[in-house]
Structures are given as structure tokens and as C-alpha cells.
Design a protein. Structure first.
Lengths: 518, 325
């Protein structure tokens, strides 16, 4: 028994070091995974919801994968070259790749996907391709060349599977994409194929026997089970119905308990690409919230460590600014805000606050958020700020946030691997637009910040980019356009005999290519 | 008034009611904040104006409200319940996919609660004031007062996790590929907890109703006469008391039957039962208008239908009713 445990511990530490081949993978087996909530569809080009990505990331593939350090790895692109002027990206494709329907995957599919399909429908790829890309061409059947208008450092980070899934040209070209009946029977190049989707119960993926990477995947089948209640999901894991509880699928207070069960492993890895960053957005259009001293006062008033330690069960890390410490270009050379109610009171007094009621919009994503709202309300009232909490459901929240109908609003956003993609959008003037809860909804506008972000996106070298991002972090941490609360961790809980589950920067989302079961 | 006339009248009324409900539903759900395009965009974690415009056009939300109402009503007149663009499937097929699971669950709960409830009520009435009565009425009170979600979770922890008797969630063992009898038994084992949980509340209602109603009838003159004739107590109980006491229970059963389609939202959610209730709840959270309207309509049709059926059962149980109506 001790020997076995020791062996498991060894395997786990080998995983942690990224030495994936410590043990010879066993072939075959079935894994049951929780997906929550049920995805609306599995056609990843048209939908990038969290649950969609979690399942469809094993059906579709992109040119590149990213390891836990967010370094690009080969996927459908075997190799790639970046020209010395950083403007031409040449991708060499894998040989012998076929779609699930047997048709060959070629450069035509890549050009169609990036130049036509995703340009029309993908809200993250569209702005990049329209602003940065000059042309996308096929060189030969296995080579694609992307020419940029100017150097754009983040380009190499844009080819993650949810951001740029390859779409079969022979099925979609010339059709009305959103009405294509094939949307219900997704055809990708990935290691697993959709066998059956029993709505409300499960999604059944089976091994792609003709997968281009020889010897993969190891598993025969994956069942994604849909269990709407968090407590019932925990019991389902305990009774052995499911093997993997994906990030966020059980309540925070269940994480510690479940992690201690026999043959149970827990990891917070596999979220490096997304690195969810949680904060409060002050609506700077609304009176006193436009006052920097007042916002700084709020920041000193909030006991962020209490939120991390108690509300989030000790998961996550306190952020210092807009960029997550898990991603590139982070800098901690910024003004910092420790919990200091006395200082908070002084700043709030100096700001000219006259007791106006501040409406705090709760994020309706479950109990944990509600408790966080209550804790912060208490913090703010302790320093004399009047707070009124507003509760609504998810569509109600989306509408209020999108239409700037709040004073303080909770939110958390993905960093998407590069500040140009996941960070700038919350602070730049050009992204102040209604209709999208993830735009710059607080309305903060500062020409200096706009310029720093714009220059940093297209600066030719990482060193120059770092200098600009260091500067912008300093400015933003002083101005506080949003109050950063937590670098969130979403723990994946799984049976230890499921190996190699989390090996990339998007974790379970594309994890089953290499996973195996002992 | 004969049965055919009665039925025709009730049906005509039912259709008017359904039409009114359909129109009301349409405006009701649009009074809720947000729309399906916004929800989809919000869930994606990224969106721009163009995506919202594309989605609204797809959902037909760019049309004037009255045009949308007209399209919706016109569809219903031709038995077309519309299309869910979110799920890329017709509403009718979504509902029909889920219907068997829900009917199995609510039907099982209906039979269990009706059978068990009337039995408990009758027993309590016959033993009124004695210990059996106390046990039954106390139990009924507990069933009646305990919140459903608490019972649901507790039963999972006790019967699935601690005792390992039955599975806690789902409709069948996923990936087991059972067929025939083995599959039926597998589904039955999954059915135990949700059906009992859902049935508890109504069991309590039936028991209390039956007990009260039987005690009331037991004091009536014709029962005294029956006893005076020297009939056996059991026979008096069954023939004279129970048959007359059953009417309020039939009313209640009609009410419960009306909820066969839409009344199990919570149970289905906690037990991951793939039925209509969850379809409706998900559609509500996602503002999937066409699905929501479809389920609302089916549920109201069930209620109207079972009300008519209840009236017919009244006449069978008690022929005196015909003269009054």
C-alpha cells in the first residue's frame, strides 16, 4: 500500500515537472467527466462558452497548443517560422491529417478558417485579423503564410483551440454558417469524435482511430456528464459515477473535503492561458466613483485577503494590477493597497463623499460570489460608504453590465495569454461600447493608457513590450479604473489513476489527447 | 346536458384559455431583462456589436415585437412550436426527447403518492385518535413541511453515499449499455430517489385530505343507517365512506396530474433527471424564448386537459354531479 502511494506521488510529481513520459501510457479505458452547465452547441467556431470549449477542444484542433508556461507547441502546425521583421508567419502543417469524415485537412482549410469563417463569426479573432493581418495565403497544400500589417507580438498566442479552431472548408464554405445542419454533428481533426449527445444527460466522445498523431489518444471513450446541482456533483464523484470534476464544478467549501478522499488528486494548473482575474468595476461616469481618491479609499477598505482566505477557501492569489502574475509581462513595480480601513476613511473623506448610496451589482454565479458581495458590503460600510446590493439572474446581470447600469460591478475576465488580447480591452477608450459585459464598461478613459497599450501591442521585441506594460501597470494601479480582487484558481479534482490529464495551458480543454487511465 | 355537449363546451373554453395564455406568456417572458443574443454573447466571455447583431438577426429579434408575436402565433396554429437557434433543434423535438423521462418520473410519483396517500389517510381515519393515527398524521406533517431540495440532497447523501443502495443522479448508468430487462432495472434504480422525493409532498396532501374527508363522511346519516343495518365495518368504510370521501382527493389528483409535465423542475435539477423541467429551467436562464414558450404551452395544455378529465372522473365517481352542471 505504501509502495503504491509512493508510486502515485512520484507520478504526480513527474507530471508537475512536465515530464509526461515518466510512465508508459496504458491504452484503452473510459473516463467520466463533469461538464457544467450543458454547452449550447459543440461547434467551437460558432460558440466559445466555457463548457463548449471543455468538450469541443477534444474534437477540434488549432495550429498550435500552449504548454503551462504558455510557450507555443506544435499541433496541426508541425513547425512555424517568423520572419526577422516579425511580419510574416509561415506555418508548416502536419502530414496525413484527415477530418473525422475522412477528407484530408490542407492549407485550404486553414485559409478558409482564418480568413473567412472566423473573420465573420469569431468575436476574438475578428478584431485581430481586421486590425493586424494584411493577408493569409496558401503557399502549397501543407504551408500557410500570414502577413501582418505591422509586427504584432501576440500573434503567436492567437492559435489556441477556442480562439482559432480549424473548420472544415468542404462542409462550411458557401453555406450560412449559423444555420448549417452540420453544426449538430461537429467534424474536426481532433483525437476524439462526437458519438452521441443525449441532451440533458451526457455527451459521448469516442477515440478517433485515424488520428494523425500515432499512438494517440490513449483512451477509448469520454463521457461528459451533465449534473446541474453542485452538491449532487460532489456526491456523484464520491460514489464513483464521475472521475473528473472540472474547475468550478463543485462549491469552494467542497474542494478541501473532496481533495482529501483516497485516490484523489487536485490541481489548479491548466488555467494559465485564461488566468481568470476578478475585480470590481466602478462606473466612473457616476459621480463620486469618477474620483480617484474615492476609488483608492475603496481599495484600502476591502479586506482582499479575507476574500481569498475565507470566501474562496484559500484558493488564488492577490493581484497587484491589471496583468495576472501567471502570464507574460507582469510587473509588481506598482503602488500597492494593503487592507487599511483608517487610510480608507481619510481618502474617502478627502474625496468629498457625502454619503451617496453606492449600488453594488452581485455576479449571479453561485453562492461564493454572493458571500463575497456580502463581505465587501461589510468592508465598505465599515468605512462609512453606503452600499445597496442588487441581485439578479445571469441575463439580468449581462444586461445591466452591458448597458452600464451599475455603480460597482463584479466581473472576472480571462487574460487570454497576452495583455494585448485579454487585458487592454478592459481599460482602453476605444472599447467603451454598450452591448458587451466584457468591454470597458466602467468607462475609464486615459489617452496615456490608450497609447501605452497600443504601442505595447505592436512593439517589435518582448523587451520593448515589457517596458511599456510595466509603465501601464504602474499608471493603472495608481488610477484604479477597476479594483482588482483576486487571481482566481479553478481546481480540477480527479482520480489519481487518470494520468496526464492537465498538461497544457488550457488544461482539460484539450487535455484528453494525452490522458490515460491506469 | 349530455357528456358530448359538456365536452364540446369545455373544449371550446379550453382553447380560448390556451390562446390567452399563449399571448400572455409571450409578453411575460419579454418583460424579463436580457435577451438570448446577449446571454450567448455574455457566456462566450467576449463579444462585439457585430456578434450581437448577427445573433439577433438569427433569432428574429430584430423584427418588431408584434411581428414576432404574429410569427409565433401563426406557428402554433399549424402545430409548429418553433426552432431553438441556441440548441439548433426544433422545439417540438426538444420537448419530445425529454417527455418520456419526465412522464416516467412524475407518473411514478403520482402513482406512489396517490396510492400511498389515500391508503394512509383511510387507515388514519379508521384508527382516528389511536396511535396509528398519530404516527400517520405526524409523518404527513413532516412530509408536508420539509423543503423538497433538502429531502433531495439528504436522500442522496444517506441512500447513495452512505448506504450505497441506489444511484444519486441521472436517468441510467451512463456508458453501461444495458439492454432489455437489465436496462429497465437500471432505470428503475435511478428512479427511486427522485420519484419518492417528488411524491412525498403530495402523499402528505392526499393523506390529510383523505383522513379529513373520511371522518366527515363517517358522521353522516347514511353511514349511521348502514351501520344500523348491521353491515361489517370494513364494508361500510369501503363502500359508503371511502367512495363519498374520494371526491376531494380526485380534485387534488387532477391538480397534481396537471403538473405532470412542468412540475418537477427542482427534483429534475437536483437529481440530474433529463426531463422537461430542466429543459424549461435552462431555457429560462438562457432566455431561449422559443423553448420556454413551447414548454409553457405544453404545460398549460396539460392543465386544461386534466381539468376536463377531472370533471369527467367526478361524474363517474358521483353520478349526482351531472344534474348540477
Amino acid at each position: 500500500m505504501t509502495g503504491l502511494r509512493f508510486g502515485l506521488a512520484l507520478a504526480a510529481s513527474a507530471l508537475a515537472l512536465g515530464v509526461a513520459q515518466a510512465q508508459e501510457p496504458k491504452k484503452g479505458g473510459t473516463v467520466h467527466v463533469v461538464v457544467q452547465p450543458e454547452p449550447p452547441m459543440l461547434m467551437q467556431g460558432l460558440n466559445q462558452n466555457g463548457p463548449t470549449n471543455m468538450v469541443a477542444g477534444n474534437i477540434y484542433e488549432s495550429l498550435l497548443r500552449y504548454n503551462e508556461k504558455l510557450e507555443p507547441q506544435p499541433s496541426l502546425a508541425k513547425s512555424w517560422e517568423i520572419s526577422p521583421d516579425a511580419k510574416v508567419y509561415t506555418f508548416k502543417l502536419q502530414e496525413g491529417v484527415t477530418w473525422h469524415d475522412g477528407k484530408p485537412f490542407t492549407a485550404d482549410d486553414v485559409v478558409f478558417t482564418l480568413d473567412k469563417f472566423l473573420r465573420e463569426v469569431h468575436p476574438r479573432w475578428r478584431p485581430i485579423v481586421n486590425a493586424q493581418v494584411d493577408k493569409i495565403e496558401k503557399v502549397d497544400d501543407l504551408t500557410v503564410k500570414i502577413t501582418l500589417k505591422q509586427p504584432f507580438g501576440p500573434m503567436i498566442m492567437t492559435q489556441e483551440v477556442a480562439s482559432a479552431p480549424m473548420i472544415p472548408k468542404h462542409i462550411y464554405d458557401g453555406t450560412d454558417y449559423r444555420a448549417n445542419p452540420a453544426n449538430n454533428t461537429p467534424i474536426g481533426t481532433g483525437p476524439f469524435k462526437l458519438k452521441e449527445w443525449k441532451k440533458g444527460s451526457y455527451i459521448h466522445l469516442v477515440k478517433n482511430e485515424n488520428y494523425w498523431l500515432k499512438g494517440r489518444p490513449n483512451l477509448d471513450e469520454i463521457y461528459w456528464q451533465i449534473i446541474p446541482d453542485a452538491a449532487a456533483r460532489a456526491v456523484a464523484y464520491e460514489t464513483g459515477k464521475v472521475d473528473v470534476l472540472t474547475g468550478g464544478s463543485v462549491d469552494v467549501y467542497d474542494v478541501a473535503r473532496l481533495s482529501k478522499l483516497p485516490n484523489t488528486c487536485m490541481t489548479t494548473k491548466g488555467w494559465e492561458m485564461f488566468a481568470p482575474h476578478a475585480w470590481l468595476t466602478p462606473n466612473v461616469r457616476n459621480g463620486i466613483l469618477g474620483n480617484k481618491q474615492f476609488r483608492q479609499g475603496l481599495m484600502y477598505a476591502i479586506d482582499r485577503e479575507f476574500g481569498r482566505e475565507v470566501v474562496w477557501g484559500g484558493l488564488g492569489k492577490l493581484p497587484t494590477g491589471p496583468i495576472s502574475s501567471k502570464t507574460k509581462f507582469y510587473s509588481d513595480d506598482v503602488p500597492k493597497y494593503a487592507f487599511d480601513p483608517k487610510k480608507a476613511k481619510e481618502l474617502i473623506k478627502a474625496s468629498g463623499y457625502k454619503g451617496e448610496t453606492i449600488r453594488l451589482l452581485n455576479l449571479p454565479y453561485g453562492e461564493t460570489w454572493t458571500r463575497w458581495t456580502e463581505a465587501i458590503k461589510q468592508n465598505l460600510e465599515d468605512v462609512g460608504v453606503k452600499v445597496q446590493v442588487e441581485n439578479t439572474d445571469v441575463p439580468g446581470w449581462t444586461q445591466k453590465a452591458s448597458n452600464w447600469d451599475f455603480d460597482l460591478n463584479f466581473n472576472f475576465l480571462y487574460q487570454l495569454g497576452d495583455p494585448a488580447m485579454g487585458v487592454a480591452r478592459s481599460y482602453i477608450t476605444s472599447n467603451i461600447a454598450k452591448g458587451n459585459p466584457f468591454a470597458n464598461v466602467g468607462g475609464y478613459s486615459n489617452p496615456e493608457v490608450d497609447k501605452l497599450f497600443a504601442d505595447a501591442a505592436i512593439a517589435p521585441t518582448d523587451k520593448e513590450r515589457q517596458e511599456l506594460y510595466t509603465k501601464v501597470q504602474k499608471v493603472l494601479a495608481d488610477e484604479l479604473p477597476v479594483l482588482w480582487l483576486l487571481e482566481m484558481d479553478f481546481p480540477t479534482i480527479y482520480r489519481c489513476n487518470v494520468k496526464n490529464l492537465v498538461t497544457t495551458g488550457v488544461g482539460v480543454d484539450d487535455g484528453f489527447r494525452d490522458a490515460w487511465k491506469e | 346536458m349530455n357528456l358530448a355537449q359538456f365536452l364540446a363546451g369545455r373544449l371550446a373554453k379550453g382553447i380560448v384559455v390556451l390562446f390567452a395564455i399563449a399571448v400572455l406568456n409571450f409578453f411575460l417572458i419579454r418583460a424579463a431583462p436580457g435577451d438570448p443574443a446577449q446571454v450567448l454573447a455574455g457566456e462566450a466571455g467576449a463579444a462585439d456589436e457585430q456578434l450581437l447583431i448577427q445573433l439577433r438577426e438569427r433569432f428574429g429579434l430584430d423584427q418588431p415585437l408584434l411581428t414576432q408575436l404574429w410569427v409565433y402565433l401563426k406557428g402554433y396554429l399549424t402545430f409548429d412550436l418553433g426552432f431553438s437557434y441556441r440548441q439548433q433543434q426544433s422545439v417540438l423535438s426538444l420537448i419530445l426527447d425529454r417527455l418520456p423521462a419526465t412522464l416516467l418520473l412524475t407518473g411514478a410519483a403520482f402513482i406512489v403518492s396517490l396510492g400511498l396517500g389515500t391508503l394512509m389517510g383511510a387507515l388514519a381515519a379508521r384508527r382516528a385518535g389511536r396511535w396509528q393515527d398519530s404516527v400517520i398524521t405526524t409523518l404527513a406533517l413532516v412530509f408536508y413541511a420539509t423543503p423538497l431540495f433538502w429531502v433531495a440532497l439528504m436522500s442522496q447523501i444517506v441512500f447513495s453515499l452512505k448506504l450505497g443502495l441506489v444511484p444519486n443522479v441521472g436517468y441510467e448508468s451512463i456508458g453501461a449499455n444495458y439492454t432489455g430487462l437489465a436496462r429497465a432495472l437500471d432505470i428503475a434504480s435511478h428512479l427511486v430517489l427522485p420519484a419518492l422525493t417528488l411524491g412525498l409532498f403530495f402523499t402528505a396532501l392526499y393523506a390529510r385530505m383523505m383522513r379529513a374527508s373520511m371522518l366527515e363522511v363517517a358522521g353522516a346519516d347514511f353511514v349511521k343507517t348502514a351501520r344500523a343495518k348491521g353491515l361489517a365495518p370494513g364494508l361500510v368504510s369501503r363502500r359508503h365512506v371511502a367512495r363519498n370521501a374520494i371526491l376531494p382527493v380526485v380534485t387534488l389528483a387532477g391538480l397534481q396530474a396537471g403538473q405532470l409535465v412542468g412540475g418537477a423542475v427542482l427534483t429534475e435539477t437536483v437529481f440530474a433527471w433529463p426531463g422537461i423541467g430542466r429543459l424549461m429551467f435552462d431555457a429560462l436562464v438562457q432566455r431561449d424564448y422559443s423553448v420556454l414558450l413551447g414548454v409553457f404551452f405544453m404545460s398549460s395544455a396539460m392543465v386544461v386537459g386534466f381539468n376536463i378529465l377531472t370533471d369527467i372522473v367526478y361524474r363517474l365517481a358521483d353520478p349526482r354531479i351531472e344534474a348540477v352542471s
